[in-house]
Design a protein around this ligand. Structure first.
Ligand SMILES: Cc1cc2nc3c(=O)[nH]c(=O)nc-3n(C[C@H](O)[C@H](O)[C@H](O)COP(=O)(O)O)c2cc1C
Length: 309
């Protein structure tokens, strides 16, 4: 275990996902046992230009002590100033040093920070001056695995926690994520990548002797990855309806469109899921969407009962 004290409230958290880990989804995951989470990544530049346009991303009162605010950017001073402004909004501030998406990398942000470790160190140094609790979420390298160098650089600048996705930036999401990662145990250390089940959580934790893991895609439509039990059909439906309601409260009518990201996950391995998904992806009305799920689950339930009898 790490020498530095860990401010995170647990071993298994929800990883940041832009466009996915909004307040409604975080709430669903916390209710199922996720022990902490992140905001979606927020641009430091945009925080400095107009903090209020980012209000939708910041942690809400009821989750304030569970959520870290993730910032992305390239400029050390800009990142430090933005971090100082937002740090009281959540439990901690996380620097995104792992996003491989072209429009982020083009600006020298996200995983582009790994191209020049000297620059990454400068960014962390400036942020460290003002941030009380600081983590970095990174990858194992830009185009080759040089995680030892990255880890040592981050530790030398005094970060409190490291999160690492076990792929290089160049790999994007291809290949298998590495779980057996350099971890000399100086700071609390969490890994990410290809964690789709309870068993994956356990094995990934054993392999790197880490303090914990963060789950990303494996939680989409499957918040039960955080809990100890598999949902019954009724429970699954209840959570789906609640998620739709939360999205409606958050985004109004647009919540129906937002929910589409979760449909495949919530209906994974279910009978006639393909036809059902094709149907619900076209629905634009919230009542109609909920009714479609109720009907679909009623049929599955009836079928299930028949099979049992
Ligand atoms: C849709 C999507 C959005 C993501 N957005 C972010 C982000 O905003 N910040 C970040 O650090 N990582 C982001 N990631 C990376 C995840 O946090 C995670 O490290 C990666 O998906 C590997 O974990 P997984 O295999 O469990 O999905 C994103 C991943 C996905 C799939």
């Amino acid at each position: 275990m790490a020498v530095k004290e860990n401010f995170l409230p647990g071993k298994v958290g929800l990883a940041p996902m832009a466009g996915v880990t909004d307040y409604p989804f975080r709430k669903i995951c916390f209710e199922h046992g996720a022990q902490f989470g992140f905001t979606e990544m927020i641009s430091a530049k945009s925080v400095l230009l107009n903090i209020s346009v980012n209000e939708v991303y910041f942690p809400r009162e009821d989750e304030k002590y569970l959520v870290g605010v993730q910032l992305f950017g390239a400029d050390p001073v800009e990142l430090a100033e933005a971090a100082a402004l937002v740090q009281e909004r959540g439990l901690w501030v996380d620097l995104n040093a792992g996003c491989p998406v072209a429009k982020v990398v083009k600006r020298g942000a996200g995983s582009a920070l790994l191209k020049d470790i000297g620059h990454l160190k400068m960014v962390v140094r400036e942020m460290r001056k003002v941030v009380k609790r600081l983590s970095v979420k990174t990858r194992i390298g830009w185009e080759k695995d040089e995680f030892e160098k990255i880890y040592d650089a981050l530790v030398s600048e005094g970060v409190d926690v490291i999160f690492v996705h076990g792929r290089t930036a160049k790999q994007m999401y291809s290949g298998k994520a590495k779980w057996d990662i350099y971890n000399p145990g100086v700071v609390p250390f969490y890994i990410s990548g290809d964690i789709y089940s309870k068993d994956d959580i356990r094995r990934a934790m054993e392999l790197s002797n880490v303090d914990g893991v963060i789950v990303a895609r494996g939680a989409i439509g499957n918040p039960w990855i955080f809990s100890d039990s598999q949902p019954s059909i009724e429970e699954r439906l209840k959570v789906i309806l609640k998620h739709i309601d939360l999205l409606y409260q958050e985004y109004g009518k647009h919540g129906v469109v937002e929910f589409r990201k979760f449909v495949a996950g919530y209906t994974k391995d279910m009978p006639h899921a393909r036809e059902f998904r094709n149907k619900v992806m076209k629905i634009t009305d919230v009542a109609e969407l909920k009714a479609a799920f109720v009907e679909y689950f009623k049929n599955i339930s009836a079928q299930h009962k028949q099979e049992v009898v």
